[in-house]
Design a protein around this ligand. Structure first.
Ligand SMILES: Cc1ncc(COP(=O)(O)O)c(C=O)c1O
Ligand SMILES: N[C@@H](CCOP(=O)(O)O)C(=O)O
Length: 465
């Protein structure tokens, strides 16, 4: 299988070259030239499969013979061995045909573990085979960072640099990153917001001359195709558990960088009967404004109670635009030439998007109220990101007969301050492996929002290891 750029001017790459790249050389994102699809019969046969076996069936067609089946099975097996629940992605019913898909049972308590545990194992395998050492660089609003560090910390052939917005992530999120004291792990607290971190990562991919010894950058953000691919699996898993292909299933997804919900869109393209995908946003609602009113105008980022979704420039929206505009890279390049400018979709593109996507926005006050309401109705404690997904689903779902699955993207213990506003008397303990998190030593470098300073820090650190 070949992978092509959404901007149409970069050379196509194989699976492993795509995984070990970041942005395409024309600034675009890689997508498969064509998607594999599954027949109704094949989807029916997925019912009851173990998560790992299902992951193998979904991922194998993308790999295109570049890994043996045994190698791929080994990578999947190692990726999911540290999940705390036997089902890997358990479903919990919280209302009439309303389900929570718990994606926080991995080591860092967020859905990012699904892709980043897998990616860490994949990197390790590919880099050992090539005898290459690379520099992983990523931006995080709080969850990707710890999941990437956890996925890569044991890889001998990787040095990893993670940029997070200084003082804009929760204490638990920060400590999950900064208390990993391995020699190959570097945390940068950038004096800026998540978009600044992400811009810096993209600019670094475009010009890598600051790296010593001819090293190159590899991406862990969802600009990396393998991140999206691994996330397709849990849409199939949840849907077949709830009766697909005989039943149509819908999903509500707390959305920031548009990676998670884009994986759901791909699952639908691959044959899964999904009618509605709900884009749930916090006050940083550019995607909701785009879908509901065709207004994709960037605004100043606001700091919310769901900090992981404090994102204005949603990287993966580009992958959707590529499809909506008939996979014409020149049109996408033109539309995204200036990401700070307002964008309006063509009527055709907008109607195609609205066939699949609905959207809603939820402010902090309502987020807190939803956490309280769900707790009162069934004793279940939501994290603030998941609460946004639940509320959006309740506001815009088209069918109460079809199941609505709300993706629970993080464990509430990651955001105790937000949860305490709703449930002041509830204590939410961290899982056993994180009990001493607040006693551990931290290491990070605070840097100004200055590309040159970040590159100097990275070059010095790499010279020293
Ligand atoms: C807890 C949580 N929920 C939701 C999101 C949004 O996911 P995506 O960026 O894939 O849209 C993120 C971060 O991306 C997150 O960390
Ligand atoms: N919410 C994310 C932001 C980065 O998104 P990614 O999916 O592109 O890595 C985070 O927690 O860091």
């Amino acid at each position: 299988m070949k992978f092509i750029s959404t901007r149409g001017r970069a050379p196509s790459l194989s699976f492993s070259d795509t995984v070990l790249a970041g942005l395409a050389s024309d600034g675009g994102l890689y997508v498969p030239e064509s998607l594999p699809s599954f027949s109704t019969e094949e989807i029916r046969a997925m019912s009851g499969l173990d998560y790992r076996e299902l992951a193998f069936r979904i991922i194998q067609p993308f790999v295109g013979g570049e890994l043996t089946d045994e190698e791929l099975r080994g990578i999947i097996e190692r990726a999911y061995r540290n999940f705390r629940h036997g089902a890997i992605a358990p479903l919990v019913q919280t209302g009439s045909n309303e389900w929570i898909l718990e994606l926080f049972q991995g080591p860092t308590l967020a859905f990012k573990d699904f892709a980043l545990q897998f990616l860490g194992q994949l990197f390790d395998h590919l880099l050992k085979k090539r005898g290459e050492r690379v520099v992983v660089m990523g931006a995080t609003s709080g969850d990707t960072g710890s999941a990437a560090i956890e996925g890569c910390r044991h890889c001998d052939n990787i040095d990893i640099f993670i940029l997070h917005p200084h003082n804009r992530v929760s204490d638990v999120q920060r400590r999950q990153m900064t208390t990993v004291l391995s020699d190959n792990v570097f945390n940068i607290a950038l004096e800026g917001n998540f978009d600044d971190c992400q811009n810096m990562v993209k600019a670094s991919f475009a010009d890598q001359s600051f790296l010593p010894d001819g090293r190159r950058l590899v991406a862990v953000n969802s600009i990396n195709w393998a991140r999206i691919m691994a996330q397709i699996v849990y849409y199939f898993y949840a849907a077949v558990s709830l009766g697909a292909p005989e039943r149509t299933v819908n999903f509500s997804v707390p959305t920031g960088n548009f990676g998670d919900i884009f994986a759901g869109y791909l699952a639908r393209q691959m044959g899964l009967p999904i009618d509605q995908l709900v884009i749930a946003t916090n006050a940083n609602d550019i995607l909701h404004r785009c879908i509901s009113g065709n207004d994709h105008t960037p605004r100043e980022l606001v700091h919310s109670l769901s900090p992981s979704m404090d994102i204005m420039v949603s990287s993966n929206f580009e992958r959707l635009l590529f499809d909506l505009y008939g996979r014409d890279g020149a049109v996408v390049a033109d539309l995204l030439a200036d990401r700070s400018a307002p964008m309006h979709l063509s009527q055709d593109a907008l109607s195609k998007a609205r066939e699949v996507f609905s959207s809603w926005t939820v402010d902090d006050q309502r987020t807190v109220a939803v956490i309280r309401e769900l707790y009162d109705s069934c004793g279940y404690i939501l994290d603030p990101h998941t609460a946004i997904g639940v509320e959006a689903a309740r506001q815009v779902r088209r069918s109460t007969v079809e199941p609505m699955v709300c993706l629970s993207t993080a464990h509430p213990a990651k955001f105790p301050d937000a949860v305490a506003r709703a449930l002041p008397t509830e204590q939410i303990p961290l899982p056993a492996h994180m009990q001493d998190l607040f006693e551990r030593e931290e290491r990070m470098k605070v840097l100004p929002n200055d590309l040159g300073k970040v590159h100097d820090f990275m070059a010095t650190a790499l010279g020293a290891v």
